[in-house]
Ligand binder design. Sequence first.
Ligand code: 5GP
Ligand code: ZN
Length: 115
Amino acid sequence: MPDCIFCQIIRGEIPCRKIYEDADIFAFHDIHPQQPVHFMIIPKQHIATLYDANESHQAVLGKVLAKAGELARIAGLDDGFRTIINTGRVGGQEVYHLHIHILGGPDPVGPMVRR
Ligand code: 5GP
Ligand code: ZN
């Protein structure tokens, strides 16, 4: 996906504050943080949404999730954090490259959804 903004970040064509990278996954700070700590973990493989994911993506999505605790620990989120995956129009997804948000800070993040 050459014009996908997150694919461009992975390729280093758009700068970011990188947290972690290996052969399969990439993590970086959100450009508009909504909590004192707000970063995203993404698969390097372009998967547009969680709706599009299937069993062939099991290993890389497992890696994305399995890395969350370690990266949160490094970020100092020892009292917990919120993980969010927005999907599609109804889910409020803005960037169509599957990503998991990690949000936290000293205070509780608040209700899961606005009522
Ligand atoms: P979504 O709404 O799709 O779940 O979240 C997309 C997130 O990507 C938003 O929180 C937005 O601030 C972030 N974002 C959009 N463009 C960029 C960018 O160029 N760099 C970084 N680091 N984050 C971005
Ligand atoms: Zn992409």
